[in-house]
Design a binder for this molecule. Structure first.
Ligand SMILES: [Mg+2]
Ligand SMILES: [Zn+2]
Length: 180
């Protein structure tokens, strides 16, 4: 079975709500956060399959076309690959925030779907996100959770950025006797 890291996108991999980017609505407004590319590379090197799981309610609300979202993701995958990080797949929820779908985080739908599709061992997998809703989705899916920034809350670990999150996961794997 595959071990995976599920990674939230906005605020974990790329900038949002900064001076130069409010929402990412074009590949040119996609800026990797400090430590993101290194974190993706390190997690790949640790033998994890990486999956981005992102709420993109802007699509359902009409602010962003799905075609453009795919272009943004193509850039993300390509740049990550150049830096040695492999993103295996991307799941996104395009529904409106209050539509009541089963995929929008804090629901675990996207994680559970990917787990089934890719034969993922959730007990040996992780969710990294910058919101409580990411942590909640991860907990509902039964993975170990890492929160980026702010308060740790219900998360298993707290990290400043994706590289630090990868460090926590490496140390945790070692303790669990799963390191290579
Ligand atoms: Mg986020
Ligand atoms: Zn949805």
């Amino acid at each position: 079975m595959t071990k995976a890291v599920f990674i939230d996108r906005d605020g974990v991999i790329n900038e949002v709500m900064t001076s130069r980017v409010k929402h990412v609505n074009h590949p040119s407004s996609f800026y990797f956060l400090d430590g993101a590319l290194e974190g993706l590379r390190e997690l790949t090197e640790m033998g994890f399959s990486l999956f981005v799981v992102t709420n993109q309610g802007g699509v359902g609300l009409g602010f962003l076309q799905e075609k453009m979202l795919k272009k943004i993701h193509e850039k993300m995958v390509l740049e990550a690959e150049k830096a040695g990080g492999v993103i295996n797949d991307i799941a996104y929820c395009c529904h409106k925030p209050h539509e009541g779908c089963s995929c929008r985080k804090p629901s675990p739908g996207m994680i559970l779907d990917l787990a089934e599709r890719y034969n993922i061992d959730l007990t040996n997998s992780f969710m990294i996100g910058d919101r409580e809703t990411d942590v909640e989705a991860g907990r509902k899916a039964g993975v170990t959770t890492v929160k980026i920034g702010g308060e740790q809350g219900e998360a298993d670990f707290l990290a400043a950025d994706l590289r630090e999150a990868a460090g926590h996961i490496r140390a945790y794997e070692k303790i669990k006797g799963r390191s290579d």
